[in-house]
Design a protein around this ligand. Structure first.
Ligand SMILES: Cc1cc2nc3c(=O)[nH]c(=O)nc-3n(C[C@H](O)[C@H](O)[C@H](O)COP(=O)(O)OP(=O)(O)OC[C@H]3O[C@@H](n4cnc5c(N)ncnc54)[C@H](O)[C@@H]3O)c2cc1C
Length: 598
């Protein structure tokens, strides 16, 4: 059976020693009084919830899955899920970073992001039920009318009602402009919505009293394509004026998908038959509201893979210390045993350190993104809000795609550490691999994330935000450029930083002449950008570790951090050279292949 220990020490390191989040919060009136002790105490309890309440349901939830009663359309979640959710609400966990105006506790999103990392380590399938609610809440909070906010946000903040996002239809996933679901305006200002959605996560379940679906649909006179899509709230149960639940609405689960992983989460085919909804935002501008939800969800999906990377690493590390096979190449290490523990073998260490470096680098980026979100929401200075929003927008596709791709590499590596036992269910390792796999696909596939990064976020604004990232990297290089002890981190980072400008300009120029060049290079480009960001955070983490060690701090945590930084720069970061080469090799080798793909 796998084990999980919440990585509280590392979270504290990133928050308080590297990013100094409470100093940043001092500038935000809403969070000015939040101190490190409060954050640490909340996360300690949050870690207990994840490791003691939802983690024990991870394997059983995977084995049992969800069940649909085709007569009533009711979905039963795996044993224990509903009770765990009741505990989640009772403990106030749903409302941790919620807006106090709707009953939330108003803690910074940084705290919630760390909490969700732990929930994802513990049980990604369970975590998706409350997780999607945060995105739906954010979309309504930003684009809903006062009446919609009053009707829904309180119960969504408390977690009594959950949320979904209903975009995908059988013939349209990436290309939402092909959507067919129809919304007919009614005399009372509401809409009757009819259509079929597929793959809707947490679309139906037995954990909450009501489910608030955010549905994309087309008005009768809508222009074709994505510019004719509107957003609607469609509750499972209508809500009466006094807030009580009314009649059942015409939206129900017509089937559950049988899938590779996240079996405990109900992936529902949703049928809408004259379901009554109200519009969110303006007609035909539904993507504006949905993007709020999608951006929140993209940060959430990166966080899912971070959680799985961490838990897979913890278990692989414990196994590698215990399992004995063969002798070390450099001589016997465990003289009292018939063989050495496999952790002595260089490649086993490489697999472990890959997962550790991706988990800790990912955690730094994840917390940094949440901090940007806190600043974007609540900084009093408009320019800081704008800058934070722009930086977050650049980092969102990296957070989503780089962390989920790394999660794929890391969970597979950790399973490999177990040899054949990793392939056997009872160890729990193959479940981490299976559960992670969807993270690379949903919320816009990782290819789509890379096109968003290179096409929209970088070339689309002539590299303006990328330059700001370059400035951040440049400031660290300037600060540490003469520090010999930092040279092994700063030199490769500085080199990549310089290369990045030239590399981007080159791709932009080629893309201008032939747009397929952008499509051919984008996935490699995102990985290079991901390493630039990880390299920056790993250098900052090494900087703090070196300072502590120089000051005489003997806590092995700092040496571990330094060694992991060295591993990252020596063994993972250099793939950027290959990636730039493959990106530069252009589109011809892909597009001039009609015979090969005939
Ligand atoms: C378990 C699960 C849960 C999900 N949860 C939800 C949910 O809660 N709500 C919801 O609305 N949807 C959900 N989805 C749907 C998910 O978001 C889509 O599956 C995903 O966006 C991809 O769409 P698609 O499956 O139609 O693939 P397609 O869009 O058909 O794409 C097929 C392939 O073509 C590639 N491709 C497409 N267009 C381009 C392009 N322009 N350039 C390069 N490559 C391209 C894609 O990257 C992909 O590799 C879920 C899916 C699953 C499996």
């Amino acid at each position: 059976m796998p084990q999980y220990t919440p990585p509280l020490r590392d979270m504290q390191f990133v928050m308080h020693e590297v990013l100094k989040v409470t100093d940043e919060f001092k500038a935000l009136p809403k969070h000015a009084d939040v101190d490190a002790e409060t954050i640490n105490a909340v996360l300690e309890e949050a870690g207990k919830f994840a490791s003691e309440v939802t983690f024990p349901l991870n394997i059983s939830g995977d084995t049992e899955g969800c069940k649909l009663d085709t007569a009533t359309h009711a979905v039963t979640t795996p044993k224990g899920f509903k009770e765990a959710y009741a505990q989640y609400i009772e403990g106030g966990w749903a409302a941790l970073s919620g807006d106090p105006a709707y009953g939330g506790q108003g803690l910074p999103l940084v705290v919630n992001q760390c909490f969700y990392e732990m929930l994802n380590s513990a049980n990604q399938a369970w975590t998706m039920y409350p997780g999607l609610t945060h995105g739906a809440h954010a979309a309504l909070h930003t684009h809903g009318t006062d009446e919609q906010k009053q009707t829904y946000l309180r119960k969504m903040t408390s977690g009594e009602w959950t949320g979904t996002m209903c975009l995908t239809e059988s013939h349209c996933g990436t290309d939402l402009g092909l959507m067919r679901t129809k919304a007919e305006p009614q005399a009372d200002g509401s809409y009757k919505i009819t259509g079929n959605k597929i793959f809707i996560s947490a679309g139906e379940h037995d954990m909450a009293d009501n489910i608030i679906h955010l549905v994309l649909a087309r008005l009768p006179d809508a222009p074709p394509g994505i510019k004719g899509v509107s957003l609607f709230i469609v509750p499972k149960f209508h809500v009466n004026k006094d807030g009580s639940l009314g009649e059942r609405n015409g939206i129900y689960c017509g089937g559950l998908e049988h899938k590779m992983g996240i079996h405990g989460n109900a992936t529902a085919q949703m049928v809408l038959e004259n379901a009554v909804g109200t519009m969110v935002g303006q007609p035909n501008k539904g993507m504006q509201g949905m993007f709020v939800m999608m951006n929140a969800a993209r940060l959430g999906v990166g966080n899912q893979s971070l959680g799985l990377t961490e838990v897979a690493f913890q278990n692989a590390l414990a196994y590698a210390k215990d399992r004995i096979q063969m002798r070390s190449l450099s001589g016997v290490k465990a003289k009292d045993k018939p063989a050495d523990p496999i952790i002595v073998h260089p490649d086993v260490r490489k697999m472990l350190l890959t997962a550790k470096a991706y988990a800790e680098g990912g955690r730094a980026l994840s917390i940094y993104c949440a901090m940007l979100l806190d600043k974007e929401h609540s900084h009093p200075d408009e320019k800081v809000r704008k800058d934070s929003g722009e930086m977050l927008s650049l980092l969102t596709p990296i957070m989503k795609a780089f962390l989920t791709d790394n999660g794929h590499i890391a969970t597979n590596a950790c399973m490999q550490v177990f040899g054949g036992h990793g392939f056997i269910k009872e160890w729990g390792m193959e479940q981490f691999v299976r559960d992670n796999r969807i993270n690379m696909i949903y919320e816009g596939t990782n290819t789509i994330q890379s096109l968003d990064l290179l096409g929209r976020k970088v070339l689309g604004n002539n590299g303006a935000t990328l330059k700001k990232l370059g400035k951040m990297v440049g400031a660290l290089v300037a600060e540490e450029g003469v520090n010999e002890k930092m040279a092994e981190f700063i030199n490769p980072l500085a080199y990549l930083g310089e290369q990045m400008t030239k590399f981007t300009t080159e791709l932009g120029f080629k893309g201008f002449q032939n747009p397929d060049e952008v499509g051919a290079a984008a996935v490699d480009y995102l990985r290079v950008a991901g390493h630039l960001v990880f390299g920056y955070f790993w250098a900052r983490m090494a900087q703090v570790a070196l300072r502590e060690i120089a000051a005489g701090n003997t806590d092995p945590f700092y040496l571990a951090k330094l060694q992991t930084a060295r591993f990252y720069f020596a063994k993972l970061f250099p793939e950027t050279a290959t990636l730039m080469r493959t990106a530069r090799s252009g589109s011809k080798a892909l597009m001039d292949t009609d015979a090969a793909l005939a």
